[in-house]
Design a protein around this ligand. Structure first.
Ligand SMILES: [Fe+2]
Ligand SMILES: [Fe+2]
Length: 252
């Protein structure tokens, strides 16, 4: 099992590890993204037990001790399980995440003090790369959830949004990513279905991302705003249906 490495946007590399034993027969992939800059940033550390695989993959792209930032969508094993392993091999690496995640989990779980990113705050990575952090609480899950947007390439690092099964191509040009995301939701039921989910996703659409970089799925190049709005509409509907079911059960 070796991560596949692909450049999905200028200076942004997708490291993808496919695990056929999860959700067979389709299987399931875990993606991390390395954003090259003077201060390189890794979005998703990968599972702790996959650290040697991801370390060796990053080492093919850059000296691992030069990694500066470790970021992720929320506090969960596949997103950040290897953060302390990365900090052990990269002496200047620091975790950067939103206030909730830092206060609730990372101040305790990270071996070095994390940096708190406010909603909308930008880290200038140098080399033309600028990463903006955006809070998306409970979306798709995790109180601390957030996404990152690389401004120079228009790449939205979506975390678990649009999660789908399978060993997907690194990049797809157009096509449907909402249908496969609904299948993923039906199977895993991974979303919080909080009433604010649709609006948290819809709030990302004005970025008009050129690339939607999925943690579990391909990187989609096309009308990112339309895909985000369609996903938001779907979750508004699904959450509304769930609440209606609850009220019917209560009335019965
Ligand atoms: Fe997750
Ligand atoms: Fe994930």
């Amino acid at each position: 099992m070796q991560p596949k490495i692909d450049e999905i946007a200028d200076g942004i590399y997708r490291l993808s590890t496919f695990v056929p034993d999860i959700a067979p027969p389709a299987g399931f992939a875990f993606n991390s993204f390395l954003v090259r800059g003077k201060q390189p940033l890794l979005f998703h550390t990968g599972l702790r037990k996959m650290f040697p695989l991801n370390r060796d993959a990053v080492a093919r792209l850059m000296p691992i001790d030069k990694l500066r930032w470790i970021a992720f969508g929320h506090y969960e094993a596949d997103e950040c399980g290897a953060m302390n392993d990365w900090m052990a091999v990269a002496p200047n690496a620091q975790v950067a995440h939103g206030q909730t995640g830092v206060m609730v989990s990372l101040n305790d779980m990270a071996d070095r003090a994390p940096r708190i990113l406010g909603d909308g705050e930008i880290i200038d990575l140098g080399g033309g790369k600028r990463i903006r952090y955006i809070d998306t609480p409970h979306t798709p899950h995790g109180w601390d959830a957030g996404v990152m947007y690389e401004e120079s390439t228009g790449t939205l690092l979506c975390g678990d949004l649009f999660t789908q099964l399978g060993d997907n191509p690194a990049v797809i040009h157009g096509g449907d990513i909402v249908g496969p995301a609904i299948q993923g939701e039906d199977l895993f039921q991974y979303s919080a279905l909080s009433p604010g989910m649709g609006s948290a996703i819809r709030r990302l659409a004005p970025l008009k991302p050129k690339t939607l970089a999925l943690m579990h799925g391909p990187s989609f190049q096309g009308d990112g705003a339309a895909a985000l709005n369609a996903l938001a509409d779907y979750y508004d509907k699904r959450a509304g249906q769930r609440w209606a079911e609850i009220m019917q059960d209560r009335a019965a």
